[in-house]
Design a binder for this molecule. Structure first.
Ligand code: NOJ
Ligand code: MG
Length: 676
């Protein structure tokens, strides 16, 4: 700024004149100047250009301006600090939100059997897309689809010919993309079955490995073996899961290759870096397409011992030449070998790369059940520092189906929960495509109570298609058997549990207009989705009601679970959440009708509880006395009561209660917090 005193006008830098200021005046010169500025009729030859710095300083130094300014300044500083502290506290006290794979049951679709859209008698991707409303009805958000990759179908898709192509039986890549988009539009997540352990013998890699084309020569596990006119003498005694030697002689390469499943499913060699890279690339391919999760098939079979020593026989007295069944050996050298976990960790890390956007967490579950050796199964959860599967499938409850009892249920539930690493998320499976149907295995009378168990336990329930309506095993004559395992051993046939989904009482249960690949169960006239939807109460209505209840009631989806009672017939547990006004007692009958007195078993629980739901009827809120809880055969009750002092903090329950994502409820504000 420069001044020109000759005409008493301060001239601004850019030549803007300010008639309101005269330099060199003391005292309250500013006030005079101001007056001069506002004097009526005063000439303003130039537009007013604001208060010059000197005037500003003159005023701002005065107490009446300085004080409020300082007060405002400190108020701003303090409220910013307070905001930071409050935000940090809220973050610190907020419990982690449940991820999508924790909040919903996982529903398994066997694509051959769910819905046929082109009437070739076999289900397909378009068919699945046409049935998305069913998931909405069930309040299910996570759908696992068994394999639909290009495949010669020796093991119905678990023998993959091309990891990047859709089998024409199921549709096209466009059909897949449409299905995924439609699922995402409806808020559904798609979990793919992924089969890294083996390929089909029709896979390009195997064909090239067979004739020793580099770099594929060692993509599979080849070993010298003797092949005589009397048969093959394999390198060791290893047996395939599906029976007989795990080695197959290949005339082209004149060596034996390893297969832990069918001979048409050669084992990939995961000690080969290129194989590791190829499989990771395939994972990326599907994640980039937008797939939300992977179920890793046969995870425990990924590596085999390099030394190829014989596996120990379960019965050492058995003549070795008679050892042909999988259960006759201890699988010390063909399952969960050193290095397996590093591979799963690697895949988890890849999935993490694709999980960075909010709401895009990519979920990983492993098919890695080590029957009887639960510590091995638990290792697939990873460690607090290194992540692996979000959960390994828990098949323990399946044992209950063959020996139903309250004690059995108690012990199987307890086995998983007491061995699970602290803070990890449980899951429960009672049916899948490798098993017979609940209804046929445990008995019709128990289907509802098994579903109630599944949906009221803490953790993620897994439901195989059709179990929500209580489908039964279908009869398949020996000549009709489709399953390769059934062809090897009729008693192991998996077809009965894979029959077409029963949608309605119309022809073929509305699954297809043509002859279906497996027979539709004759009970479809009554056991079907439509009929059960319209009934006042049914297996389906119960499934939906429980699934909705689970979402609606915080104690059920993230509260404590305390084991309360078991005897031959009855199993009872409770679900409670600190601070939440309501808690739930679940009483399930897996035997004969019984009445139990739970009053002394449950300190602090009121003597009267309200019936929220029974497997036998929707429940009308009638009162049930804690001293006399009656259940009929296969009946389950969800009882609600006003929560008092939490049972889990009672010393008698110290070893009986579990929680994964700990949270408490602040009822005054209706929010969850973690300060507990
Ligand atoms: C486990 C799958 O559940 C089963 O169906 C399949 O046959 C084997 N893995 C081989 O992939
Ligand atoms: Mg393997």
């Amino acid at each position: 700024m420069s001044s020109d005193e000759s005409n008493g006008v301060i001239e601004m830098k850019e030549g803007i004149a300010n008639a309101g200021f005269e330099d060199g005046q003391d005292g309250d010169a500013g006030a005079d100047i101001y007056e001069e500025v506002v004097e009526p009729g005063a000439a303003h030859p130039q537009p007013y250009a604001g208060m010059p710095k000197e005037v500003l300083l003159l005023y701002s130094g005065q107490a009446r301006y300085r004080l409020p300014r300082e007060i405002l300044f400190w108020l701003t500083v303090l409220s910013t600090l307070a905001l930071v502290v409050v935000t940090a506290t809220v973050i610190a006290l907020s419990p982690r939100c449940l991820s999508w794979w924790q909040a919903s049951p996982v529903y398994q679709v066997y694509p051959r059997s769910f819905q046929d859209s082109d009437n070739d008698g076999i289900g397909d991707l378009k068919g699945i897309q046409s049935r998305l409303d069913h998931f909405e009805y069930l309040n299910v958000k996570a759908v696992w689809i068994s394999p639909f990759f290009k495949s010669p179908m020796k093991d119905f898709g678990y023998d993959v010919e091309d990891f990047r192509e859709i089998d024409p039986i199921f549709g096209t890549m466009e059909d897949f993309e449409n299905l995924l988009a439609a699922m995402h539009d409806q808020g559904l997540k798609l979990i793919m079955d992924f089969i890294p352990n083996h390929t089909s013998d029709q896979h390009e890699w195997f064909k090239l490995s067979r004739n020793r084309t580099e770099p594929y020569t060692d993509y599979f596990i080849w070993h010298d073996c003797q092949n005589t006119s009397l048969g093959t003498v394999p390198p060791n005694n290893w047996v395939s899961v599906f029976g007989n030697s795990a080695w197959q002689y290949d005339a082209e390469r004149q060596q034996c290759y390893l297969h832990q499943f069918l001979k048409e499913q050669p084992e990939l060699n995961f000690r080969h870096p290129d194989v590791r890279r190829e499989i990771t690339d395939v994972i990326r391919f599907w994640l980039e397409k937008g797939v939300d999760g992977l179920r890793i098939d046969a995870a425990k079979h990924i590596l085999e011992a390099k030394h190829l020593r014989d596996e120990p026989q379960v019965n050492p007295e058995q003549p070795p030449e008679n050892v042909t069944a999988y259960w006759q050996l201890h699988h010390d050298y063909t399952t969960t070998q050193l290095g397996t976990h590093e591979i799963i960790q690697e895949w988890r890390a890849v999935m993490d790369e694709y999980s960075r956007e909010p709401g895009r967490y990519r979920f990983l579950m492993t098919d890695s059940y080590d029957g009887g050796e639960i510590e091995k199964s638990m290792m697939y959860y990873g460690t607090p520092l290194v992540k692996e599967a979000d959960f390994p499938f828990n098949f323990y409850l399946v044992e209950l189906l063959d020996a139903m009892s309250g004690n059995g249920a108690f012990s199987l539930v307890n086995t998983w929960l007491s061995n699970m690493p602290k803070g990890r998320w449980p899951n429960w499976v009672i049916g899948n495509h490798d098993m017979t149907r609940l209804s046929s295995r445990a008995g019709k009378a128990y289907v509802n109570v098994l579903n109630m168990l599944l949906l009221t336990l803490p953790g993620t329930p897994s439901t195989y298609y059709g179990e929500e309506i209580g489908m039964e095993n279908v009869n398949v004559t020996e000549s009709e058997i489709q399953d390769p395992l059934g062809k090897f051993n009729v008693s192991m046939n998996r077809d009965p549990g894979r029959s077409p989904m029963q949608w309605s009482s119309d022809d073929n249960a509305s699954f297809s207009k043509n002859k279906t690949w497996l027979p539709v169960h004759p009970d479809y006239k009554t056991v079907n989705v439509e009929t059960q939807k319209n009934a006042s109460w049914s297996t389906l209505r119960q499934y939906r009601a429980l699934s909705l209840l689970r979402t609606a009631e915080p104690p059920l989806h993230r509260g404590w679970m305390c084991l309360v009672w078991s005897d031959n017939n009855t199993f009872a547990f409770l679900r409670e959440l600190d601070g939440f006004p309501a808690a739930f007692l679940v009483v399930l009958n897996f035997g004969a009708a019984a009445t139990v007195d739970l009053s002394s078993a449950l300190p602090g629980v009121p003597p009267q509880l309200r019936l929220r739901m029974s497997t036998h009827h929707p429940g009308s809120g009638q009162l049930v006395s804690l001293g006399q809880v009656r259940t009929e055969t296969g009946e389950g009750l969800v009882l609600e009561y006003a929560a008092g002092h939490p049972v889990h903090s009672h010393p008698a329950f110290q070893d009986q209660c579990y929680v994964s994502e700990k949270a408490c409820y602040l009822s005054t504000m209706g929010i969850l917090h973690s300060n507990c």
